[in-house]
Design a protein around this ligand. Sequence first.
Ligand SMILES: [Zn+2]
Length: 339
Amino acid sequence: MDMFFNCPLCNHNKCSKDTDNKTNSTHYNCEMCGGYVIQSGYYEKVNLDKLTAFLYYNHEERNSEHPNKTKIYVLGSDELLTEYKERYPNSNLLTSEMVENWYPKTFSDKVDLFLLNLYKKTKYMGEVIHIDHIEQGIAFFFDNHNEEISEERDYHINFFNSYLRKQEFLSNEGAFEEFCLAPKGYQRVDELQKYKSSNPNVFVSMAFNDNTKSTREAIRNGIIDAGYSPEFIDEIIHNHQIVPEMFRLIRECRFLILDISEPNYGAYYEAGYAMGLGKEVIICCSKESFSKEYITDEEKRYQKYLKPHFDIAQKQILVWNDEKDLTHKLSEWIKAIIG
Ligand SMILES: [Zn+2]
């Protein structure tokens, strides 16, 4: 029988743990956060509140029939990940960049995520979902690990909770721990899902030329490894004038990958369109371009045309060393952020 502990992230008391001294790592199984492994030294690398929210919103229920098929997030070295993948094939590397990339940037993004999650949990219209006070702290993105504001927790929770009810996203009946989507809540979920797609296509935006051929293949392999189907516009449409067709492909894709190692205006444009539709965009850049210094006068003069734009929509960038690294990291990012 499992012994239960308090989860170091969410503080829920239904958490089992298994420490491995050889790899200096602990494997937790928490009712609220799901399965995750942390290796020593990795606590310091990640914001614990954002990590808690990530796991709360993205974990998969434990597969009780086949426990080894449960998805496990690994915060540790590549070696630890390889070891875990042997025992749990659905293990997935999780880095602080992935957590930051996923974490909602605005208040309305947080509200939207909460509503989508509530919708996912609701089996029939009018169902009341019980979310207790501890869970609300996490679901409403309160910084539980920040001791300076620990006394403001109730204000934060009440504010978020009242907002949802005042906006009529939730039915007002019942206690503050009872959550039932109201018609306006469903309307918001419908708007958010309008351009969400369940198809496996992934649109790739980048500069297409002889120099970027190996990057293209590395991205293709990363997408395929993660279980999706890559779409390169020049392989689908041979007449580049067909812009409406390109828009359709972006509207229908599951998410978009933008590689900015070699800047291309068209690629930024495509990614911006996808973001406007509420689609996830993963931005990649080679380390060479990412850390290139512009030294000569000539380089400085053309810098604004040559230098990738890193300040895109406050997103974390997947920085890759070589093609092999790009394939590996991209596949892990997709599995962590998209699923
Ligand atoms: Zn937990």
